[in-house]
Design a binder for this molecule. Structure first.
Ligand code: SF4
Length: 408
């Protein structure tokens, strides 16, 4: 939109076009997407209201019942969003453009887009997922795995490095699958090959990885990864449960033992590594014993930080029809216990840095502080008059406050 000459304003401001990128990961996400769509038109009745994203992809019929929506776009139509919006403006009719994703073979490439961020850019390298975890709708909403041509990824990163962006975050729906769909010219080129090529781009100082599937962490992968000086030593390994029987019901393809082997490989290769994870509590049939196994496993692994999700059924998935759905209070109790554990871990990790020197990539001002992140993703803040935005600087940690490091 920026490249086509539009200006982005705050969401609450009066705009000509509102784009709601909907989510469908749970029934609650669907509901929130619908609520957001209904209320947005109130800001400007004359605006064009666009619904895109995963919920629009899987539920166009439900969205067509919401009269406020002018344009419904599927996943495949997103890269021509400007054209579709302008057609809607001219025709003044409600339009739905949603094509099937299940047979989509190619990654839809946007090429280099304009970034509004100055420090960090999120680079999408892959779409779709073939894993079919029993609680997840994403394979239905996004289709099968499609990887972006490495040439296009490298060109984009090259260009943004010239704009001064220092950090790239490599993301996708399931980046562990990157390259598995390549045939002919790029056959045999996987995520690790891509990372090695990104490392060579001057100007980029940090390469951060989005969520990783634990099965990616093999000896060979870690050996090659540890040779890359720009790789951020923070890895998000989605565990979901620390109980093997629950993992099996979730249709996750690893055991806690395999997960732990991956953790050891990473900790040996990256001495200051911070590991983060996602956990679902209250998955159907999760017994007290299974939850206790999870709690013990999490204590043993000692993650830097954990994102805790209370299981929420998603219509159309296997888990939504499983017996023994867990009661809300029980989920709440289990979630609170894990949040408490996560906060305690984060605090303990951070305290170890007091009195030490750390390198921070400073991003932006927040109140009286300049804020940024360390390579292993701690939030650090500094009181300074100096203009250090988008600069990496060594500072000393003098304390912690609300799970953030105070530096001088
Ligand atoms: S690997 Fe991730 S995206 Fe794929 S089905 Fe499982 S949870 Fe969903």
């Amino acid at each position: 939109m920026i490249d086509a000459g539009y200006t982005v304003v705050d969401f609450e401001e009066k705009a000509d076009v509102y784009i709601i990128n909907t989510c469908t990961v749970t029934n609650i996400a669907d509901k929130k997407s619908r609520q957001m769509l209904r209320k947005t038109k109130q800001i400007n009745q004359k605006s064009i209201l666009v619904a895109c994203g995963c919920y629009a992809q899987v539920a166009k019929k439900e969205l067509e019942k919401i009269p406020e929506i002018d344009l419904i776009l599927g996943i495949n139509e997103k890269n021509e969003i400007v054209k579709h919006i302008e057609n809607t403006m001219q025709s003044k009719e409600n339009i739905t453009q949603v094509s099937e994703v299940a047979n989509q073979q190619e990654f839809l490439d946007f090429g280099t887009v304009t970034y509004t961020e100055k420090t960090r850019a999120v680079i999408k390298v892959q779409d779709g997922c073939n894993q079919f975890c029993s609680y997840c709708i994403i394979p239905y909403a996004r289709g099968r795995i499609r990887s972006r041509n490495p040439k296009s990824v490298l060109e984009e990163i090259q260009k943004i490095s010239l704009q001064g962006i220092k950090e790239v975050v490599i993301t996708g729906i399931h980046i562990a699958s990157y390259g598995k769909d390549f045939s002919q010219e790029n056959a045999g080129y996987y995520l690790i090959d891509l990372l090695e090529d990104i490392e060579k781009i001057e100007g980029i100082k940090r390469i951060r990885l989005g969520s990783l599937e634990p099965t990616l962490i093999t000896k060979e992968f870690v050996e090659r990864l540890s040779k890359l000086t720009k790789i951020c030593d923070q890895f998000h390994l989605s565990l979901q449960s620390g109980s093997n029987s629950t993992l099996k019901r979730m249709n996750r393809k690893y055991t806690t033992e395999q997960f732990e082997t991956g953790v050891k490989l990473l900790r040996n290769a990256f001495p200051s590594v911070h590991l983060t994870t996602d956990i679902i509590v209250g998955f159907p049939g999760e017994t007290d014993e299974e939850f206790n196994q999870t709690y013990e496993f999490l204590t043993k692994i000692n993650f830097y930080k954990m994102h805790i999700f209370k299981y929420s059924p998603r219509k159309g998935t296997v888990a939504a029809n499983m017996p023994n759905q867990i009661d809300g209070n029980q989920k709440e109790k289990r979630s609170n216990l894990l949040i408490e554990l996560s906060n305690k871990n984060e605090e303990n990790y951070q305290k170890q840095y007091i009195g030490k020197q750390i390198e921070v990539l400073f991003e932006e001002k927040e109140g009286e502080y300049l804020k940024g992140h360390t390579k292993n993703y701690m939030v650090a803040k500094l009181k300074t008059e100096e203009n250090l935005e988008n600069t990496i600087k060594k500072v000393e940690v003098i304390g912690t406050e609300n799970l953030e490091l105070i530096c001088k």
